[in-house]
Design a protein around this ligand. Structure first.
Ligand SMILES: Nc1ncnc2c1ncn2[C@@H]1O[C@H](COP(=O)(O)OP(=O)(O)O)[C@@H](O)[C@H]1O
Ligand SMILES: [Mg+2]
Length: 268
């Protein structure tokens, strides 16, 4: 556990304000007002639980850990009026998507908060699959100009809780190019403008498996780093730290902990 703590301290040390997004507005998006006929999907609690998405019920022990994470993240985000939260990890399989979905759901349970969850793991989009809301359109169809943003967004709900999801759609082998593109910059600007009142959570690819995250981080306000016990090493975290110099890390989640038996997650 010492090595994880050391790694976490390293990651938290990089807490400097990041640059503002600098993309220019374009004409390819026709976002308009939110589509009144927006696709709505009621999520199946059984499917959610199978995918480890548990934060719709605060009665569940694991759900309460996400509520604690939610409070810590919101405190940091609110202080600086931040809107865009990146969820990433050093390598694949650490639990980014599970964390992003649970955090979105936990925040959406707060009456005065609303959330948009965006799947930007374009190589391996899994948000829709985990939620059980397989998409018709997604980020890729918006980027490629095949559908407007307003019709690619889905409202998902479980019980009284609902939030918006922009899923990834089909996986793209050109993820790296898309992440660095002006088109992506324009999409993010449009999201910022159209979903002004919402916290936007981005499920990103792993940091160390390509340049996707490095390209997109300057356009994010803050980062939540998910480390996986057994799969994340101190040197992984040191490597991530280099790329996080200009992106504030709001929290590091140590996922898949087995040390405390009644604990699902550890936070630092
Ligand atoms: N806290 C956890 N405990 C046990 N397994 C987990 C936990 N979080 C995620 N997993 C499992 O780990 C695998 C990878 O999770 P996922 O969220 O898809 O990772 P990533 O998005 O970082 O690639 C999935 O099978 C998921 O169910
Ligand atoms: Mg994932």
């Amino acid at each position: 556990m010492d090595s994880i703590k050391q790694a976490v301290e390293l990651a938290r040390a990089s807490d400097a304000p990041g640059p503002a997004p600098n993309a220019s507005a374009g004409e390819i998006f026709r976002p308009g007002a939110l589509d009144p006929k927006m696709r709505e999907v009621r999520l199946d609690p059984v499917h959610l639980e199978r995918s480890r998405i548990v934060a719709h019920a605060s009665s569940k022990e694991q759900g309460r850990y996400y509520d604690m994470l939610r409070t810590q993240v919101l405190q940091e985000m609110d202080k600086k009026s931040w809107q865009f939260l990146a969820v990433t990890s050093p390598t694949a399989g650490c639990g980014k998507t599970v964390t992003a979905c649970n955090l979105a759901m936990s925040i959406a349970r707060l009456p005065e908060r609303s959330v948009l969850l965006v799947d930007l793991d374009l190589r391996k989009p899994t948000v829709a699959k985990y939620l059980g809301a397989e998409p018709t359109d997604g980020v890729m169809s918006v980027l490629e100009g095949r559908s407007p943003l307003s019709s690619a967004v889905t409202q998902v709900s479980v019980g009284p809780t609902s939030f918006l999801v922009l899923s990834g759609g089909v996986s793209s082998s050109s993820s790296s190019e898309w992440m660095a593109s002006q088109t992506m910059g324009t999409l993010l600007q449009t999201i910022k403008r159209e979903f002004r009142s919402r916290l936007v959570i981005f499920d990103l690819p792993p940091m160390l498996l390509g340049d996707d995250v490095i390209s997109i981080l300057p356009r994010m306000d803050a980062t939540l780093l998910v480390a996986g016990v057994g799969s994340t090493s101190v040197s992984d975290i040191k490597e991530c730290q280099k790329h996080l110099q200009r992106s504030p890390v709001v929290r590091v989640v140590v996922n898949k902990t087995a040390e405390v038996t009644d604990s699902y997650y550890g936070y630092y």
